[in-house]
Design a protein around this ligand. Structure first.
Ligand code: NAD
Length: 479
């Protein structure tokens, strides 16, 4: 099947007739083609967005809200179809797409449909000067949204929903590795009453289509989620044009386990925070630090739980770990097994590719736990982004805090403890944008979401996203 671009409310082939193969990770087979759009396609989308902007930016909040909620309801009505498409395109278990990815994509539209009706700007009474200042929050114009492959529709809509809620028109590019549900979204947007040109979905590679969006002089803001290296490339191009930038980048998150935690909950959640979505979540706790007194027990219980995870075809209901997203990614993750062996680390379980019966060309990998003897090694310093975690013991609070912070990344951190004083100390000093205490991945869409250091720039979520997608203009009136 051939995926098409969604421009001005209609599906279109790319200008260049250049197509990329789309793989099914569970079987390793090509099952479709996607446009590798060029700057001409981006320009078409831009012109459609530009002409839709005057009317969309003046559309009442009630009407925008109604359309966003319509999209949300349509996604819910088509949950099965979207979940199946996401699972085929990405390799994630169907159960995960059904319970996490698609429901969250629907929530993103519903949440920002409501949030825009509550968004307000500041006013300041300037005492002594008989003056009042108020701040307008105006939509930026045409904005670009670029998203990755790990949570395809979930992260795509996390950007689009606030952008259009705030009155902007959007050129959006999903990952070329997982384009399917973004392609399907166009039809629902039309059905929901979104005017043509408000959302334009363009497919293609990062080097070609992504670059054309970033380089376009009149696309005024770029909201990007993806790798840190790509973020740096985009910043280099966009910064001299003074584009507004929001970056959600890589992570290498610490999971710090103290002996006084609620052990069973910690163990169950740590299996999830290590291997959910094949470990391909930027928030996964891939560096596990365990207090020495429970290290031996944890190691044995954790490995026993991990060994019970079933690697299998994503459509099977008892599959815990589906396929990795691509052959290239599988090879990248497998390369870390060689690094582990050559650096003398101890692979406690996993480490090998899995041949799933009847799907031997699929990209499957065993969930892998590696015992490292230092935090200062490639395995603990580089983002692997697969079903691979490291574990090591620690003796003191100071030691583990230093190790947790000794990373270029600073996205999230998890702490397991029942000690309040320690909790407050760690939450104050951990260098991360998101900290979970005695839980993981518990999300409230109103909260600021994003990372520090090489993990990002700015925050998404709640009013933070609506602030990013609007330009503040202060008005001072003397009376
Ligand atoms: P990636 O950087 O390779 O690609 C992300 C998107 O950017 C894709 O749509 C891609 O086509 C596009 N792109 C690539 N090069 C580009 C360029 N030069 N100009 C413009 N666009 C370009 O990332 P990926 O491999 O798709 O995703 C995995 C990465 O995403 C991991 O590092 C992960 O941690 C990160 N991620 C971060 C978050 C977060 O919220 N912080 C969430 C999910 C994933």
């Amino acid at each position: 099947m051939k995926i098409q671009n969604y421009i001005n409310g209609t599906y279109q082939n790319p200008n260049s007739q250049d197509w990329l193969e789309n793989f099914n990770p569970a079987s390793g087979e090509v099952y479709g083609f996607i446009p590798n759009s060029n700057e001409v396609d981006v320009e078409h989308a831009f012109l459609a967005a530009k002409s839709a902007f005057p009317s969309w930016s003046q559309t009442s909040l009630e009407e925008r809200s109604r359309i966003l909620i319509n999209i949300s309801e349509l996604l819910e009505a088509h949950l099965e179809r979207f979940a199946e498409a996401e699972s085929i395109d990405n390799g994630k278990p169907l159960t995960v797409a059904k319970t996490i990815d698609i429901p969250r994509a629907a929530s993103n539209f519903r949440f920002f449909g409501h949030a825009i009706t509550q968004f307000a700007s500041e006013s300041h009474e300037t005492k002594g000067f008989s003056a009042i200042n108020y701040t307008l929050r105006q939509p930026i114009g045409v904005v670009g949204c670029i998203s990755p492959w790990n949570l395809p529709l979930y992260l795509f809509t996390w950007k689009i929903a606030p952008a259009i809620a705030a009155g902007n028109c959007v050129i959006a590019k999903p990952s070329e590795v997982t384009p399917m549900t973004a392609y399907m979204l166009g039809t629902l947007c039309t059905e929901a009453g979104l005017p043509p040109g408000v959302l334009n979905i363009i497919h293609g590679s990062g080097e070609k289509t992504g670059q054309a969006i970033v380089k376009h002089p009149n696309i005024k803001a770029i909201s990007f989620t993806g790798g840190t290296k790509t973020g740096a490339t985009i910043a280099k191009i966009a910064a001299p044009m003074f584009k507004k930038l929001s970056f959600e980048l890589g992570g290498k998150n610490p999971n710090i386990i103290f002996a006084d935690c609620d052990y069973d909950t910690m163990l169950e959640t740590t299996v999830k925070s290590s291997f959910s979505n094949q470990g391909q979540i930027c928030l996964c706790g891939s560096r596990i630090f365990v207090e020495q007194s429970i290290y031996t027990k944890f190691k044995s219980d954790f490995i026993q739980s991990v060994k019970q995870l079933k690697v299998g075809h994503p459509m099977e209901t008892d599959t815990d770990i589906g396929a990795l997203v691509s052959q290239t990614h599988l090879e990248k993750v497998l390369n870390y097994m060689s690094i582990a062996r050559s650096e003398g680390h101890n692979i406690l379980c996993g480490g090998h590719q899995v041949l799933v019966k009847n799907h031997e060309n699929g990209y499957y990998l065993e969930p892998t736990v590696i015992e490292v003897n230092t935090n200062n090694c490639q395995l603990n310093q580089e983002e692997i982004f697969g079903p691979v975690v490291t574990i090591m013991p620690f003796e003191t609070e100071e030691e583990v805090l230093n190790m947790a912070n000794a990373s270029n990344y600073g996205l999230s951190a998890t702490i397991w403890t029942n000690n309040l004083k320690r909790t407050m100390h760690f939450t104050e000093h951990l260098q991360a944008g998101i900290i979970w205490v005695n839980t993981w991945m518990l999300r409230d869409l109103r909260t600021p979401f994003g990372g520090t250091k090489s993990s990002g720039l700015g925050r998404e979520g709640g009013f933070e996203a609506l602030r990013f997608f609007t330009e503040p203009k202060n008005v001072c009136i003397k009376y």
